[in-house]
Ligand binder design. Structure first.
Ligand SMILES: Nc1ncnc2c1ncn2[C@@H]1O[C@H](COP(=O)(O)OP(=O)(O)OP(=O)(O)O)[C@@H](O)[C@H]1O
Length: 302
């Protein structure tokens, strides 16, 4: 048995016009992982495979070191899942009936926690689930997942439809959830601010392929933009070069900042200015590089 919270081993899923994987991904416990990627890149499909609601055509998935075939109930009791779309509105149930039904599946259910979340999110237990707005449904689903006191939260775009007030509460609650220790979160998001504020690791998925799984700080630190006062004879030979622009000052962006800086130093070229590349730009470059070399792996150079 491995010690990963999730281990995806060569998992693949083929639909008529889409192929996810093969995906290799091992997530250590105690991390918040942001899963980012454009619309239709396969994030929800990956979550569905992690929840065993979609079966991989090939490869395997282990959660808490266990396979679903043998331990489905045990594993699912330890996961708080916020799916992308709400499940059906349970035959006209009120919120409190849905909560009572949901809570029965989870031995670790914390009713006091749910009540405090309901208060924070202003969820009225008497409301009919059917009439909740999109954002209120997201609040409800998130509160259900958290009150389970799970070991792992799988959040598929949890903030989609949330107003800024509820969004802030959600971020705080995720922070508090992690503070209890030895817990993990994997969250799909299109909101760069969430990645910036929450993520320890970033997984970048594009057209069904996992392009990067890296700790966020080293990912951002490895990227820099430099301005140099003289043209480089062969800028494309600079380590990790992804973009350059001629001008009175030449601007170059690299994903191997340290090596590029050393190469410039060795060539006697003075760096006039250096700047961190913003996280959203890093993500853009990683995906853009893949577009330019569809079979490309490893170094990114254009
Ligand atoms: N049941 C299905 N049958 C056929 N195609 C499917 C099915 N489920 C998903 N797909 C396709 O798989 C691709 C990936 O979809 P998925 O929902 O996983 O992407 P996503 O990254 O979550 O997108 P978004 O950011 O828009 O939510 C899409 O092209 C989608 O149409």
């Amino acid at each position: 048995m491995n010690s990963y919270v999730i281990s995806v081993n060569g998992a693949e899923k083929r639909y008529e016009s889409f192929q996810l994987g093969p995906i290799e991904l091992n997530v250590e416990p105690g991390l918040i992982v942001a899963l980012v990627g454009s619309n239709g890149s396969g994030k929800t499909t990956l979550f569905q495979m992690m929840m065993n609601t979609v079966l991989p055509d090939r490869g395997t998935i282990e959660v808490f070191g266990k396979r679903y075939e043998d331990f489905e109930v045990d594993v699912k009791r330890r996961i708080g899942y916020v799916p992308e779309s709400s499940y059906s509105e349970e035959a006209g149930w009120r919120v409190r009936e849905l909560v009572a039904f949901h809570s029965r599946w989870f031995p670790t259910w914390n009713q006091a926690k749910w009540l405090s979340l309901a208060e924070r999110f202003e969820i009225d237990p008497k409301t009919n689930v059917k009439v909740l707005s999109k954002g209120m449904k997201r609040r409800l689903l998130f509160s259900l997942a958290l009150a389970q006191e799970p070991d792992l939260l799988l959040l598929d775009e949890p903030s989609s439809g949330l107003d800024p007030y509820a969004w802030r509460i959600m971020l705080e609650e995720i922070g508090q959830y992690m503070a209890a220790g030895n817990r993990s979160v994997i969250m799909a998001t299109h909101t760069i601010e969430e990645v910036r504020r929450l993520a320890d690791y970033v997984a970048i998925i594009h057209k069904g392929q996992l392009l990067e799984y890296t700790d966020k700080d080293s990912l951002v630190d490895s990227w820099k933009t430099f301005w140099v006062g003289q043209p480089l004879p062969e800028p494309e030979l600079l380590p990790g070069m992804v973009e350059w622009e001629e001008g009175p000052l030449m601007r170059i962006t690299t994903n191997q900042a340290q090596q590029a800086e050393q190469a410039l130093l060795d060539a006697g070229i003075a760096i006039v200015k250096r700047q961190q590349v913003e996280l959203d730009e890093v993500l853009h470059h990683v995906i853009a590089a893949q577009r330019k070399q569809p079979n490309g792996k490893g170094a990114i150079r254009v």
